[in-house]
Design a binder for this molecule. Sequence first.
Ligand code: PLP
Length: 404
Amino acid sequence: MVVTRPLEGAFPMSSFVSGRHFLQTPGPTNLPDRVLRAMDRNAINHRGPEFGAMGREIIGKLRSVFQTEAATIGIFPASGTGAWESAIANTLVPGDRVLISRTGQFSHLWEQMATRLGLDVLSLETDWRRGADPVAIGEVLQQDRERRIKAVFTVHSETSTSCMTDVGAVREAMNRAGHPALLMVDAISSLGCAEYRQDAWGVDVTIAGSQKGLMVPPGLSFTAISDKALAASRAGGSRRSYWDWEPLVASNKTGFFPYTPAITLLYALNEALDMLAEEGLSTVFARHKRYAQATRLAVAAWGLELQCLDPAAYAPGVTAIRTPEGHSADGLRAVILEKFNMSLGNGLGRIEDRVFRIGHMGDLGVLSFTGTLTGVEMGLRAAGIPHNEGGVQAAMNFLASAAN
Ligand code: PLP
């Protein structure tokens, strides 16, 4: 049955909202109680032995999430955007050419930053409905006989479109072209949600953030740096100070920081990494995939359209959904926030108001997740968005039968 009538007045508003807010944006994500409790303690001396031991422990635990033994890991007290800038400042100089596939708003922003910092950016345009095309990347690299391209930038999970790029395939394309460019990957919304293989994929610089799959508040960013990228930074890069890898990685090796670290966020990170290890990374990834699949089943039952058109590229941590032509996605989100106390992700850049995004990453149990879909289905009805009923039922049928 197609529902078009809004449920006007069915949910009287009052200034008091009972129950927890549903934070179903694709970052920041819900913080587990254990992580919240881990932060509920005083700061410690960041030059003292207790801090150093914690710092070393954290770097060790991060290795398994990045799946790296070889890389040098650095932690910046900054959001992911800061780590983007550090990757550029440490390895590239103004005038250097870089290749980026514009797969969505975040690759677009990274590209803008590169341009502002004086790089010569070569963009491969996409329709924002699929990941980067490794074949197209390979072709550009093959044609670059003078080896002017110094780095290939890739966003593993484009949070704005919910499309993934096959990083391993990009590396293979680079290898086939025999091209020496550095491979830089933004794994901000994939790390902790999906398989990520720094060493096996030959990634030179990975950039990640704390506030998504890692279940930590915003404010920390991570870089995993290959020996090749580290050597490039030692041999050159741009003028830099705060973003310089050298003092950071030298201190991080011993568990310390060259400046005052975000001590409380590091408590949170330490606990969250323990939680990921206890659940087991493969179980964590399978859980994210299951919720993504259940979301898509709900979307199909609602008769709505996914932003991502390539089934091989569906992201495990977020699903971007298009509202029917003429219906505002922001209006829908506003209704859902007002009536059901749930925040969803908005459409960004050129798909502003055309999509809403359900974040299903991080600390999310099956009942919270089905509650999220219920909020969306009730919201579609309340906002008068044409759709079919039965999305939540389709998701529940799948989840009830899926191996847990
Ligand atoms: N890259 C991706 C894929 C993101 O999803 C985001 C934030 O959502 C960013 C970069 C920017 O990170 P931050 O907001 O932490 O600076």
